[in-house]
Design a protein around this ligand. Structure first.
Ligand SMILES: *Cc1c(COP(=O)(O)O)cnc(C)c1O
Length: 236
């Protein structure tokens, strides 16, 4: 590696260490914490060259919100780092389900029956059984993806029994500009009712709160990679 590459991976290692320490601190402070908290490094909008130092520094779990972007970016990175794990955290159109099943290891944004059906067909076709999360529109916001909270428990059951999906947990993005704690607590309650173990909640600004409420997966983008050009949450 040349000097700039060394610098980049040292900087990546330092940012990872900071976030990892904050996660450990939040777990210790709020016990009983989840057995394990997985850091999903959200690399959307950042080019492969910006992501690679984080792989070199040891990070293996990443999140992307767009199928097309993942398609351009990740196959080459995966070739270099075959043990990485890529999560789809953005809304998925059924016509991109085939690509998504090919590119991702975990789909966190299952939020409607048609998508559950198409994903189960595409997984069968590919001979894969990817773990999935059900996305809940926890703030019942018009513009956001996700199943309504009141339908979440029944939908998890449908995904499992009707479509044979391996539902591991629930995912949510709480409304902006409000304290996230009550929304995280609500998701945790729905998770208990649905009988799922994993909870994907918490981003750069609120992952410690999410861990306090039982998050097993935190999705951290800007705190690791720096700020992004504005593109919103890309929620339909
Ligand atoms: C962009 C994004 C994140 C990361 O947000 P940061 O505030 O940059 O940490 C997490 N989850 C989803 C679904 C996202 O789209």
């Amino acid at each position: 590696m040349d000097d700039t590459r060394l610098d980049a991976s040292a900087a990546a290692a330092e940012r990872l260490a900071i976030i990892t320490r904050e996660i450990a601190r939040a777990r210790a402070r709020f016990g009983p914490p989840a057995e394990e908290v997985t850091l999903v490094a959200v690399s959307k909008t950042f080019a492969a060259e910006a992501v690679r130092p984080y792989l070199v520094a040891g990070q293996r779990v990443f999140g992307e919100n767009r199928v097309q972007e993942a398609k351009e970016k990740w196959p080459a990175l995966r070739e270099a780092f075959p043990d990485l794990e890529l999560h789809l955290i953005g809304p998925l159109q059924t016509n991109k389900a085939r690509d998504a099943v090919m590119l991702f290891d975990v789909i966190q944004s299952v939020d409607r029956e048609k998508l559950a059906r198409v994903l189960s067909e595409e997984m069968a076709r590919a001979g894969k059984q990817l773990p999935v999360f059900v996305q809940v529109n926890i703030g019942e916001e018009e513009q956001k993806a996700g199943i309504a909270p009141s339908e979440a428990v029944a939908f998890v059951k449908t995904c499992r029994t009707t479509y044979g999906l391996d539902v591991r947990g629930l995912m949510c993005i709480p409304p902006e500009g409000q304290p996230a704690g009550p929304y995280f607590a609500h998701l945790a309650q729905l998770g208990r009712e649905a009988g799922v173990k994993a909870l994907s909640m918490g981003m750069s600004g609120d992952f410690a709160t999410a861990i306090a409420m039982g998050a097993t997966h935190v999705r951290v983008g800007s705190a690791l990679f720096g700020s992004r050009p504005p593109q919103g949450m890309d929620q339909r």
